[in-house]
Write a protein that binds this ligand. Structure first.
Ligand code: 6R9
Length: 669
């Protein structure tokens, strides 16, 4: 395996045509972005349309220090614009009207279509008009629960056009999770589809939405309009038959079919001019204490940041075809399926299915079908695909690839090398992009034409980003070392607040180290100045790139009447990165048996979603606790991996518990 000394140089042919072609050039640009942000971002802002021009005196203001007053970040305050105008009308005016914005590739290889910029603009205007006719106004939240179909993009941009705040929820979350999010943002309009095939599995999305809406109604909140895309009848079902959707229940007065209202609407809709600091969208992410956090992004800064990171990190050039496999319901789908590519008039692939259907080479087949030049996926997908025979990759022509991206969790060197050698033929640059829902776009990443690569290193900050490593006492670690990864100033794409909860925003991200935005991740700086993200330093887990908190899973487990107490830890998993290992103490009357196990797994699926299902649940008559009653998770993590090197256990109230738990590890653990 390569050590951190092993460095892979970018392909000279790639560097030659790249926007940034050397480390020197990167460093110069970076320094300018730090020394003179007005100049750096002002230059970029010129390519976009501002209805009210930018006021240089109000270009950039912020406070990151809780001891000095409320935390805030403002970019381009006072300027007005509209993102959908910039992504669509502007591109159509610039001669890109007939350019393909998206190639849509269905779950079944027989299903595909495309949408040009001009057509996308028309569809967005139509839906905008429908939303307006349903009473949606600037600032209203619209809940979205959609598969990877073109209407999802149309929905996002229609909201942006009329100034409504879209709130997408990944269509793998359960009805309960979705309901909780609808309630939190008080959305009165919901957009979904009847269902979707993922591989050979049918997901009945409208049914899930019905359950969510019913739950909301119980809590006194009524969704007034639900727009439903009829998707299933137009696609090929896995067994080759078409399935009809006449079973989808529609509630009179509330539910409407997309195809019955959208095609009739006018194809022009004047955009709502938004303040640069007006909300654009919210997106929920897990918090380490239970309730999800509604991360809020605003208009002007997010546009600049999505556009700029996309251009430089993927080195996107006008004739390239770009493909990001992330679901639209995650931040990666927002910034790098929709906003970033469209801001650059890019042509993208939007893929509905899984990497494994109809066969385990589907990704490579799609890359060669569309001659993809930039491919962006997650380490968990790479690790899953590595297991199959190399011939599945080799039989496809992947020669168009130039840049390979990775996102969602640290990429292990084995996976990095497989990606580099087998998929990239040692001529593509790998960009290991570290960022978060909160950061809006990439914050640490190599640039493909400029940066010598080290497998597993997120490398260097993007323009405008100032990373700092701090020790526990808040002292800065200069040079080599490991510590808390924080940022000392905002870049344009940083979230502005948590929806309806600015206090939680301040306490979660700014309270620990006054003056810094705290990521919750740890990082190490090596002798060459490369940054290596080491993973979460809080109680968060990352299962296949899905972030969740131990607290949220524990609270679901303890909902069950048979569970007295639960403690959840992350355990390394060869494909998922991490998986859930749960310890539960049953109540006096309950029995730890197969039925309980099944019920608990089902409960987690229902409350959170299938991706959160625990891998192991262990019977724990007692948990290792300190005398003050704190569960020592450090010890539970050792038990989960069967590592008896548990260190100091002298602070435990009862140290015999540790041995009991080791010897009672379940057979499947
Ligand atoms: C974009 C996204 C954020 C958390 C983040 C970190 C982990 C993401 C990473 C990475 C190491 C990378 N993470 N990318 N860790 N290297 N390249 O994933 O957003 O869902 O909010 O997750 O994911 O732990 O804090 P989000």
């Amino acid at each position: 395996m390569p050590s951190e000394k092993t460095v892979y140089q970018p392909n000279p042919a790639l560097s030659k045509i790249a926007y940034v072609s050397s480390l020197n050039q990167y460093q110069e640009m970076y320094q300018r972005s730090i020394d003179n942000p007005e100049d750096f971002w002002g230059e970029i802002a010129k390519q976009f349309h501002w209805e009210t021009p930018i006021d240089i005196n109000k270009f950039f203001r912020y406070n990151f220090d809780v001891t000095k007053g409320p935390i805030f970040t403002k970019w381009l305050d006072g300027a007005t614009t509209n993102i959908s105008y910039n992504l669509l009308d502007r591109n159509v005016r610039n001669g890109n009207g007939d350019k393909v914005a998206f190639y849509w590739e269905g779950n079944h290889p027989d299903d595909y279509s495309r949408l040009t910029y001009k057509k996308l603009l028309e569809e967005v205007c139509r839906l905008s008009n429908v939303l307006k006719s349903k009473g949606v106004q600037k600032g209203d939240r619209v809940a979205v629960y959609m598969p990877m179909i073109l209407e999802a993009v149309v929905t996002i941009l229609a909201c942006a056009r009329i100034g409504a705040v879209h709130s997408l929820v990944f269509a793998g979350f359960s009805a309960d999770s979705f309901a909780e999010r609808i309630l939190d943002c008080e959305a009165r309009v919901l957009i979904t589809s009847d269902g979707v095939w993922r591989g050979e599995k049918l997901l009945q999305l409208k049914n899930i939405c019905d359950q969510s809406m019913a739950r909301c109604a119980q809590k006194g909140h009524n969704v007034e309009t639900c727009i439903v895309v009829s998707h299933l009848q137009r696609v090929t079902a896995p067994n080759g038959t078409q399935i009809k959707t006449n079973k989808t229940p529609m509630q009179e007065g509330r539910d409407v079919w997309w195809h019955e209202v959208v095609p009739q609407a006018s194809t022009s809709c004047y955009p709502e001019w938004m303040q640069a600091e007006d909300p654009l969208f919210m997106l929920y992410t897990s918090g380490s204490t239970g309730k999800p956090k509604g991360v809020l992004h605003t208009t002007g800064g997010y546009l600049l940041y999505a556009a700029t990171t996309f251009k430089y990190v993927f080195d996107y050039h006008p004739n390239d075809v770009y493909w990001c496999t992330a679901d639209i319901g995650w931040i990666t789908g927002h910034t790098y399926v929709v906003y970033g590519p469209l801001a650059n008039a890019a042509t993208s692939v939007l893929y509905e299915g899984t990497p494994f259907y109809p066969d385990n080479d589907r990704f490579w087949e799609v890359v060669s079908k569309y001659k993809v030049s930039q491919f962006y996926t997650a380490p968990t997908a790479i690790r899953a695909l590595m297991k199959f025979d190399d011939s599945l990759v080799k039989k496809h022509d992947l020669s168009t690839l130039k840049v390979l991206g990775s996102v969602g969790e640290p990429i292990n060197p084995e996976a990095w090398l497989w990606y580099y050698r087998l998929v990239g033929h040692e001529k593509c640059s790998i960009v290991d992009t570290f960022w978060q829902t909160e950061t809006g776009g990439h914050v640490l990443t190599p640039l493909p034409g400029a940066c010598p690569m080290k497998p597993g290193a997120a490398s260097f900050p993007f323009f405008g980003v100032q990373p700092v490593l701090l020790d526990e006492s808040g002292k800065e670690i200069k040079g080599e070392g490991e510590g808390y990864l924080v940022f000392s100033r905002p870049w344009p794409g940083l979230m502005r607040t948590l929806y309806n909860n600015h206090d939680r925003y301040e306490s979660t991200y700014f309270a620990k180290f006054p003056g810094y935005y705290c990521t919750g991740d740890g990082a190490r700086r090596d002798a060459d100045g490369y940054l290596w993200v080491t993973g979460r330093v809080d109680d968060m887990l990352n299962v296949s790139g899905h972030l969740m908190s131990t607290a949220e899973v524990e609270s679901v487990l303890t909902e069950h009447h048979g569970v007295a107490e639960a403690a959840v830890v992350a355990r390394p998993h060869p494909v998922k990165g991490e998986c859930l290992y749960c310890f539960i103490s049953t109540t006096d009357t309950a029995h730890f048996d197969d039925k309980l196990l099944k019920d608990l797994k089902q409960l987690v699926r229902e409350r959170i979603g299938p991706f959160a299902q625990p891998d192991v649940i262990q019977d724990a008559p007692a948990l290792p606790k300190t005398r003050s009653g704190k569960i020592m998770r450090r010890i539970l993590r050792k038990i989960a991996v069967n590592d008896r090197d548990v260190g100091d256990i002298s602070t435990l109230a009862d140290s015999a518990v540790v041995e009991q738990l080791f010897s009672a590890r379940p057979a499947n653990a």
